[in-house]
Design a protein around this ligand. Structure first.
Ligand code: SF4
Length: 429
């Protein structure tokens, strides 16, 4: 289509909308009101948030260089068979836009992705040109998260990694089979190769010491689409565990498949149960990364999917009643972390506080323990939940007070928290 008559603003709106379904930076949908006469539409142009290497939250302009794509991934709005308006920005336009937004204090950085134009190398070169223009011509020193193009030459991957803070390569689907079915132009090898390369270069950079030139200091992340194929939570969590352990990934993001445009290869799905599932996967992921759980402790071949009613840690605790109650004045830090309602912060506070005093139940809430869950799994100075039936069945009822059971449709009738709001799971699981 002829896009020459389209204004820059129109192109930006389309490309930001096209980038919406990529969740490899942490959140999206920020809405910042515009000032009169300023470069408007910060919200509709897509601002997302991510975390820099030193852990502070940065707001990013989230945009595609182009939504033109030679590939035909069934789950993607931009796939070549989908009839949408196609537009492209030049690397210089994206650089200019980023700088303008940055100067107006709308953003602190850029999250840049793209459809695949002509071939992976050509596309990667366009991305590199964008980043180079920003870094060298505009002297932009802010945060850049760049999506790498699977199949691009390793030299281009390395070149890009030297100029940006974070990279991501989307795993997309958990298995080779599902990839072949829904993203036939991509191969598992083409995705894993740059991931391994980036992981190796990050390690090499670390070994070279402080004076070595930087290489993706904020590490790499990936995204897995859930619900588009029958892959189980167990399969997904096992893959995430391997990515964290073997490739040192910073984050795996789970994206509930959104039926953006009917493709016959995709199942007809209702979004709500998938969003609830996405939320549970994020909780399980949190347990892998910060609570010392293994994927095969949370799930197994016999129970391959997470309980949608109970969070995964409480579910685990109910299956291991013999390990409870835990005495908070004696238990090791790692054991405290396994008590539902005790999180990383409260476990640390307990360990610190008990050095100087014996803890009683009344003090635990002040230390951040969520007693409505934890009370059935701990004792404090010997006092626990005496007189309460602590069988797993009764405990499940106690832990879900007033919770409406599943409706006949099989969907949860109590709407879960927004799964993209991670604040709810960074606390005390
Ligand atoms: S490569 Fe696949 S996921 Fe990426 S933009 Fe193209 S169609 Fe979409």
């Amino acid at each position: 289509m002829d896009t020459t008559t389209m204004t820059l603003e129109e192109k930006i709106r389309i490309l930001a909308e096209s980038a919406r379904y990529d969740v490899s930076c942490s959140s999206s949908g920020s809405s910042r009101s515009n000032t009169k006469g300023g470069i408007g539409n910060a919200a509709s142009s897509g601002i997302c948030h991510s975390w820099s290497a030193d852990g502070h939250c940065v707001s990013l302009l989230k945009i595609l260089l182009t939504n033109i794509c030679i590939y035909d991934c069934a789950y993607c709005l931009n796939r070549r068979s989908n009839d949408i308006r196609r537009v492209a920005l030049t690397p210089e336009e994206v650089a200019e836009l980023t700088i303008n937004f940055y100067r107006r204090n709308y953003i602190e950085g850029l999250f840049l992705s793209t459809g695949v134009v002509r071939n992976p190398d050509y596309t990667m070169e366009l991305l590199i040109r964008t980043v180079r223009t920003l870094r060298e011509e505009h002297r932009f020193n802010g945060y850049i998260h760049l999506k790498l193009v699977p199949g691009a030459d390793p030299l281009l991957v390395e070149q890009a990694g030297r100029m940006v803070d974070r990279v991501s390569i989307n795993l997309e689907l958990p298995t080779r089979g599902s990839l072949a079915l829904l993203a036939p132009d991509k191969s598992r090898e083409a995705i894993l190769l740059p991931m391994r390369q980036v992981s190796g270069l990050i390690t090499a950079r670390r070994d070279q010491g402080r004076n070595a030139p930087p290489f993706v200091p904020a590490g790499q992340s990936t995204q897995v689409i859930i619900g588009a194929t029958p892959d189980s939570d167990f399969r997904i969590m096992t893959i995430s565990e391997q990515l964290y352990q073997r490739m040192g990934l910073k984050r795996v993001y789970y994206s509930a498949y959104v039926p953006v445009a009917g493709d016959p290869r995709l199942p007809a799905l209702i979004a709500t149960p998938l969003l609830a599932r996405e939320h549970r996967l994020y909780q399980a992921d949190w347990l892998l990364r910060f609570y010392g759980f293994r994927a095969d402790e949370l799930l197994d071949a016999g129970s391959p999917d997470l309980d949608q009613e109970l969070d995964p840690k409480t579910g685990w605790a109910l299956r291991h009643r013999q390990l409870f109650p835990v005495e908070v004045n004696r238990a090791e830090y790692e054991v405290l972390l396994r008590v539902p309602g005790i999180g990383v912060r409260s476990a640390k506070r307990i360990v610190r506080a008990r050095r100087v005093q014996r803890l009683r139940r009344e003090e635990l809430a002040k230390l951040g323990v969520v007693m409505k869950r934890a009370r059935y799994f701990l004792t404090a100075d010997g006092a626990g939940s005496e007189g309460t039936d602590l069988s797993p069945e009764r405990l499940k009822e106690l832990l879900l007070p007033g919770k409406k059971r599943r409706s006949d449709s099989g969907q949860l009738s109590l709407f879960p928290p927004d799964p993209r709001d991670l604040s709810g799971i960074t606390g005390e699981l």
